[in-house]
Structures are given as C-alpha cells and as structure tokens.
Design a protein around this ligand. Sequence first.
Ligand code: CP
Length: 299
Amino acid sequence: MNHLVSISDYSKEEILDILRAAAGFEANPNRKTLDGKVVATLFFEPSTRTRLSFETAANRLGARVIGFSDAATTSSSKGESLHDTIQMVSNYADVIVMRHYLEGAARYASEVSRVPIVNAGDGANQHPSQTLLDLYSIQKTQGRLDNLQIYLVGDLKYGRTVHSLIQAMYHFKPTFHFIAPDELRMPDEYKLFCDKHGIQYTESRELEGNFNDADILYMTRVQKERFQDLVEYERVKDVYTLRYDMLEGTKPNLRILHPLPRVNEIAYDVDKSEKAYYFQQAQNGLYVRQAIISKVLGL
Ligand code: CP
C-alpha cells in the first residue's frame, strides 16, 4: 500500500515527482479526480494548516472529507485503542491522514490499516508532508534544490519538521547550519545521519550576524507541548527572535521559511520583507497535499 509515514519512504525520484505534480496542481487546483472517494482526517493533536490544507486539497479534488480535530470528542476518550480506531476508519474512508502525539503512531497505524496512511506529524519524529511542501518552496524560490546553505534555527530537538527536512535534503547535497541553545540542540541521531551521508553541518548558539551566506533561513517554534518541565520551556522560549534589521547584509535570494505557527521567533516587521516566504510556503502546502493524496491513492 502507498503509505507516507516517513520522508525516507520516498526515493529522490518520487520526491521530484510530487514536486512536479504540485506545480501542476498550482496551475490548475480544481479537478474532480477524486470524485466518490472519502478522505479521513484524524487529528489527535491540534493543527490549523495541515488539517485545513489536506481537507481543502481533498475538496478541490472532488473527494468527501470525514474526521475529527479533537480526539476528546471520539471514543478514544472512552479508552478505544489506536488499533481499533484505525480498523473502524478503514471501513469508511479510502485514505487516512493522521496526526498523533506519539512518535511511531503513524507507522503503527500503517501496519494495521487497510487503506493508505499519511502521517501528518507524529510527536517529535516526522512531518513528511510538511517536508515536501518545504522542498517545493525551496525549489520555487531558489530555482534548484542542490548545494544550498540551509540554516535551521530554534527548537532542533523537538521540531519534527527539521528532522524530516534533513532526511529529505540528503539527496541534494546541502550544507546545514544548526542554530539552537544547548537544551534544544539537534539530536545525535540526525547528526550521525549527516555524517553517514557526507552532509556537511555546523553548530552554533548565535543567530544575529551569523547567517549572511544563507540561501534558506528556516525558523522554528519552541515546541511547548513536548516539554516535561515548563520551567525549562520558559527559560528557552524566546531564545531567538528574527528582526527586520537582522536581514541587512543577507543574500538577495535568501528566503525565510517557517512551518508555522509562529510565536515570538519572527517579529512582525519581518513580514514586510520580500525575503519573508512563510505564508506563501503554507499556501504551497495545498498543492503539495493534492499531489500526496493523489499519489497514495495511485492516481
Ligand atoms: N506546520 C504545521 O504543521 O502547522 P499546523 O500545526 O497548524 O498544522
């Protein structure tokens, strides 16, 4: 079955196919290729962009959407297992888009589901549809994916989007620069992944004045919901705030990405810069998710 659980499930060619298909959907987003299909969106964790863009993607392709955005309103609140929930929804839908707070939940769902599973984020692990829209955004703004200087900033420990992005970019010979406080450093497993695949990276705690050669500045939110100790969250939550004046001296092709939502990590005055691309990035998610749904359904 065509699940999308981890970005490493896709080869380089499959990734490039998705980007090509997304460009086609951007040119013509309204097609009724999924007429008669049902897409289920099961969100055990909050979401704005991922859920609504998947649902919009399904609607624009002519599918019907079922699902929930608050697991408290479902029988999982009565103790129903994820196994049984997936069994039930497999009876009703042709594809399941699922976000869950547990790492590995999407992989588990894919093992018990009778329809394709799309991972819309599992804990601090993976967010592959976000990665594909990030790649689409990078390709669109830089004209290429190869040999880019990519700065990842903020919560590199719990941020699932940066973990997926590293695994996807290894096809394209990037140089990464990890900027994080000690408490939120990139986990060793991702640095080992870079070492194994010959990906160059640097590590630093400093943001200001430290990204003048960047092609992509990828800001992330400190993931409050993953902290066991809220005192520690309070200590690091405002560690980096990108301001407009900090963009002076940066390259003309620099684009600032952020998976959103933002809290304090990008000041609102940055929005007026032509280098701010995070809202267009979120819009790109619609086209990429049209491509993903079509692919997992074999269309
Ligand atoms: N980028 C992202 O996953 O946003 P949401 O949490 O709003 O879906």
